[in-house]
Design a binder for this molecule. Structure first.
Ligand code: UD1
Length: 366
């Protein structure tokens, strides 16, 4: 059985890594890796291949950055001949980035079944590009692998046949578990002059937060207060850096003595940084899940989350972008004594479950 596995952007790499390993351990499966090239900087792509020991992609579509329509179209245009040449039995896509929907759409038009890993998550906010990517990818996928019960319910509500939906746990947590010990060896705390538990971590890259100077300025107001109480480290995503420079906000951040800006970090350094932090402030989806498993308090600077289990069982609080709400969330998190629960099936073995289901599914079809 030949599967073409697709990755393209930073959050895809930690999801595809355990799947490639699980496929390699199951001889009926021949797994090929396609990198779309959506992310291409050393720090956004190659560093993750190195840290996660991902095999070199068999094919790189090298699409690079562009508007949503151009990027999606270019991926489709370059992916179609790959499928025509390779004749795979299935295409596997992960997450919710432009590469995910682009490749799923090409596959279904050629009659090739698509497998979606991390299906069913919904923020119910259609202004997020990822929400559109999730809805459309799920609607055309044959097998849907889900991380949390809310995802199963969402898919059922959308009329997807229950036999296509599989609650299997979280492949990103497989990668976290597999690398926790290795990450302990990272020198990042020493390099940045930090002590365990003595700092917070900040990440921001969502268009709604970083493309709109008024919104970002309000977030800055909260950061000014928090960095007086706790030093903050901010690994800056390239699109965030570009926007902050354009809007003249980078200087305001540079002038805060308690806020340290860094380049984007590799997987192991970031895992170490997050694990030892007193708190994480973020607008990322994946980091809400990782902090839940690590037991590190997380403030999500958004009005919604497609990962509600991180609030119900984990360490996550939704605080939006109003400075007063962010500060109130910060105070709550710093004084909390709540013990988080690790969601069911977030046990480090999701990729193995997925691979076994795929093998059975393929056997039943042939
Ligand atoms: C993408 C995903 C988002 C994910 C995020 C993680 C979509 C719609 N969005 O957003 O869901 O959370 O990746 O990072 O797919 N850039 C570089 N170097 C790179 C990559 C990007 O400089 O290697 C810059 C470019 O200016 C580019 C911008 O970042 O235009 C945005 O990159 P893009 O992949 O379009 O979206 P992200 O914001 O990274």
């Amino acid at each position: 059985m030949k599967i073409i596995n697709v990755c393209g952007a930073r959050p895809n790499f930690m999801k595809i890594a355990p799947l490639m390993r699980a496929f390699a351990a199951r001889p009926p499966i021949e797994a090929r890796l396609v990198h779309t090239g959506q992310h291409y900087d050393e720090t956004m792509s190659q560093a993750f291949f190195d840290d996660l020991h991902l095999p070199r992609p068999d094919i790189n579509l090298e699409v690079g950055s562009a508007s949503h329509a151009v990027q999606t179209a270019l991926i489709m245009q370059r992916f179609e001949p790959v499928l025509e040449r390779e004749h795979p039995d299935a295409v596997l896509v992960v997450g919710d980035v432009n590469s995910t929907i682009a490749c799923a759409l090409v596959a279904i038009k050629l009659g090739i079944p698509t497998i979606h890993v991390e299906a069913g998550l919904r923020s119910f906010d259609r202004s997020m590009p990822e929400e559109i990517n999730r809805l459309l990818t799920d609607a055309i996928s044959e097998l849907l692998f889900v991380t949390e019960p809310s995802g199963v319910q969402n898919l059922r509500n959308e009329g997807i046949a229950p036999c296509r939906i599989h609650l299997v746990g979280n492949v990103m947590i497989d990668t976290l578990r597999a690398h926790q010990r290795l990450a302990e060896r990272s020198t990042i705390l020493r390099d940045l002059g930090l002590s365990s538990g003595g700092y917070g971590v900040l990440t921001l890259h969502r268009p709604a937060n970083v493309d709109e100077p008024r919104v970002f300025a309000r977030i800055c107001d909260a950061l000014v207060e928090i960095q007086r109480d706790l030093p903050l480290v901010f690994p800056v995503h390239p699109r965030t850096r570009g926007n902050l420079e354009r809007n003249g906000l980078l200087k305001r951040l540079h002038d805060l003595p308690g806020l340290r800006l860094t380049e984007p970090l590799g997987y192991l350094d970031f895992l170490k940084l997050m694990s030892s932090a007193a708190i994480v402030l973020t607008d990322s989806g994946g980091i809400q899940e990782e902090t839940t498993v690590l037991g590190v308090p997380c403030l999500t600077l958004r009005e919604n989350t497609e990962r509600p289990i991180t609030i119900e069982q984990g360490t996550n609080q939704l605080v939006g972008t109003d400075p007063q709400r962010i500060l109130a969330g910060y105070q709550r998190a710093r004084s909390a004594t709540f013990t988080p629960r690790i969601p069911d099936l977030w046990d480090g073995h999701a990729a193995e479950r997925i691979a076994d289901i795929i093998v059975r599914w393929h056997a039943a079809r042939t």
